[in-house]
Design a protein around this ligand. Structure first.
Ligand code: SF4
Ligand code: SF4
Length: 158
């Protein structure tokens, strides 16, 4: 049984993640979709064939080498389960791009609170990019490298 089935909270060990060699090459997708639900817009939106599934109820099968980190899939996922991480540009920092459907919407340069999957504070972080697709935003936060597998949410106060 994966941890998610016991706790309701996904952990790194529950999902397929890129290895250190791939992380060093550039931004790459992390998909935290663990339920066998009938859903596949992530497959359709990827222009690089990096996401695949045989049956619509499968969890996504990711080819990290094909992923360019474009982040188009982040705002397409109705489960808000897709992230892009970039640890390729610094020894100390990483960027995490995540879906965001709350108000207020932050602006680039804002300081926000980066949260873990339980909604607990991990650290303060700077918003480095805000992108909108439909009614969903994709926020990019710069965080400490050691927290790249923990930060998956954000609290914004204005
Ligand atoms: S980040 Fe871009 S290239 Fe990577 S899986 Fe998502 S849509 Fe495909
Ligand atoms: S779009 Fe999101 S919820 Fe649907 S299969 Fe892909 S990752 Fe899972």
């Amino acid at each position: 049984m994966i941890d998610y089935e016991k706790t309701g909270v996904v952990k790194k060990g529950d999902i397929d993640v890129p290895d250190d060699e791939r992380l060093e090459k550039g931004p790459v997708v992390v998909i935290e979709c663990v339920e066998n639900i009938p859903c596949d817009p992530c497959v359709a939106v990827c222009n690089f064939g990096a996401i695949d599934m045989d049956e619509i109820t499968d969890v996504p099968d990711i080819d990290f080498e094909e992923c360019t980190g474009c982040a188009l899939c982040v705002t397409e996922c109705p489960g808000l389960a897709i992230f892009v991480v970039d640890c390729s540009y610094s020894e100390e920092k990483c960027k995490v791009t995540m879906p965001y459907e709350y108000l207020p919407v932050p602006e680039e340069g804002d300081e926000v609170t980066a949260l873990n999957r339980k909604g607990e504070e991990v650290q303060k972080a700077k918003v480095t990019n805000v992108r909108q697709s439909g009614k969903t935003y994709a926020l990019t936060l710069e965080i400490d490298k050691e927290n790249v597998w923990d930060v998956r949410g954000v609290e914004v106060k204005r």
